[in-house]
Design a protein around this ligand. Structure first.
Ligand code: NAD
Length: 364
């Protein structure tokens, strides 16, 4: 029997959820709902399914649902389906607050149905590959830079972008975190547009995480240093680079002064290769991540298996994001408690770096 499914919120991302679900052989997309009736109709017409401007009529018609509304509505929509005993995939961030996330976790447990959170980078093949390897991270650098899209303005760069890396870190390093310091700025006003955080885990690992949603070029990468070696992921190209000390280095270290002159002369060329072994893993990886994520959710609904990214995972990433935001708010711009602090207190620019161009369009 095909699984009857619906997508709630078919904007920028939700329309792709709907398109992919409509194409899965064991799923019947019985409808889409969007608060914008034109959007619902347009997407439904393309996929030959029913359009709704409210989700309520779908509550008792579906076997599973994907919630892709703006974050502020996640709890309200997801809770209604969980109360009706329907398994839910909810986009990231799981909710606005940890309390809301805890409520969804409780409702899913009461109904004994899967609750999955859309932390899609967990399905990036480069991350999947790294997560299978025996690496114990000691220092991590994560960067996630994106262009300004004008979307997701109900949240800032931490809940929009950084939360991906916070979830990956918790999955890879395995929390808990014992200290967070952070600095962030709302360049355009409102929520933060860029943030840098330093996280110290209880197991000694340190992570530097940067997110910006006002970068001219996208960049999404994670770099891990561990006793086992180094791992670098480029999430855009889905490439994994691994470097590990070879047997010689593991046994004796590298002492240039003990090498004969010929070996010492070749050292620069032989560091990577002979002493530090390198592997690039970028073979053509089939399939896109969103399909893998939705396929996984459908399998979990069918088998009752625990999703790879649970409600608890979504809640923990959100809790860490809230901690980063609190650290951003507490940051003292002048290094003094009586000076400006945090986002609201971002100092006004005191001068121009170069002569300003006029940014006002001439009236026609
Ligand atoms: P969007 O604004 O383009 O789309 C949201 C849609 O939901 C709109 O069409 C809106 O009309 C509709 N909507 C609003 N309230 C509704 C309600 N109560 N019921 C039904 N429909 C409603 O936003 P988006 O960029 O598609 O983002 C949606 C969600 O997906 C957000 O939570 C965002 O954080 C998440 N997201 C995740 C990723 C990722 O990498 N996993 C990427 C982008 C967005």
């Amino acid at each position: 029997m095909r699984l009857r499914m619906a997508v709630i919120g078919v904007g920028h991302l939700g329309q792709h959820h709907a398109r992919i679900l409509a194409g899965l052989p064991d799923v019947e997309l019985i409808g889409v709902a969007d608060a914008n009736p034109d959007q619902a109709r347009q997407v439904a017409a393309k996929l030959n399914t029913a359009a709704h401007d409210h989700f309520e009529p779908l509550l008792n018609q579906v076997d599973a649902v994907s919630v892709v509304t703006p974050t502020v509505h996640h709890h309200h929509v997801a809770a209604a389906f969980l109360r009706a005993g329907v398994p839910v995939l909810v986009e990231k961030p799981v909710c606005r607050t940890v309390a809301e996330a805890d409520d969804l976790i409780r409702l899913a447990a009461e109904a004994s149905v899967p609750l999955q959170v859309g932390h899609i980078e967990r399905f990036n093949p480069a991350f999947e590959d790294l997560a299978r390897r025996p690496i114990v991270p000691k220092f991590v650098e994560a960067e996630r830079h994106g262009p300004y899209t004008g979307r997701s303005t109900d949240i800032g760069a931490v809940l929009d972008l950084m939360i991906h890396d916070l979830d990956l870190l918790l999955a890879l390093v395995g929390g808990p975190v014992r200290h967070v310091s952070a600095v962030g700025a709302a360049v355009f006003g409102g929520h933060e547009d860029m943030v840098n955080a330093r996280l110290e885990f209880e197991n000694g690992c340190v992570a530097h995480v940067t997110a910006s949603r006002i970068s001219p070029r996208p960049k999404r990468r994670l770099r891990v240093w561990a006793p086992e070696g180094y791992a670098g992921i480029d999430f855009v190209s889905r490439k994994l680079t691994l470097v590990q000390p070879g047997e010689e280095v593991r046994r004796h270290g590298l002492r240039p002064e003990r090498l004969d002159p010929a070996s010492r002369a070749r050292l620069k060329d032989e560091v990577f290769g002979r002493y530090l072994q390198v592997q690039q893993i970028d073979e053509d990886r089939k399939g896109d991540q969103l399909t893998a994520e939705l396929r996984h959710f459908v399998d979990c609904v069918r088998t009752g298996r625990r999703p790879r990214v649970t409600g608890e995972d979504g809640r923990d990433a959100l809790g860490l994001a809230e901690w980063v935001l609190a650290a951003v708010r507490a940051h003292q711009w002048d290094g003094r408690a009586d000076g400006p602090t945090g986002l609201g207190g971002f100092p006004r620019p005191s001068g121009w770096l170069f002569p300003p161009a006029s940014d006002r369009r001439e009236a026609a």
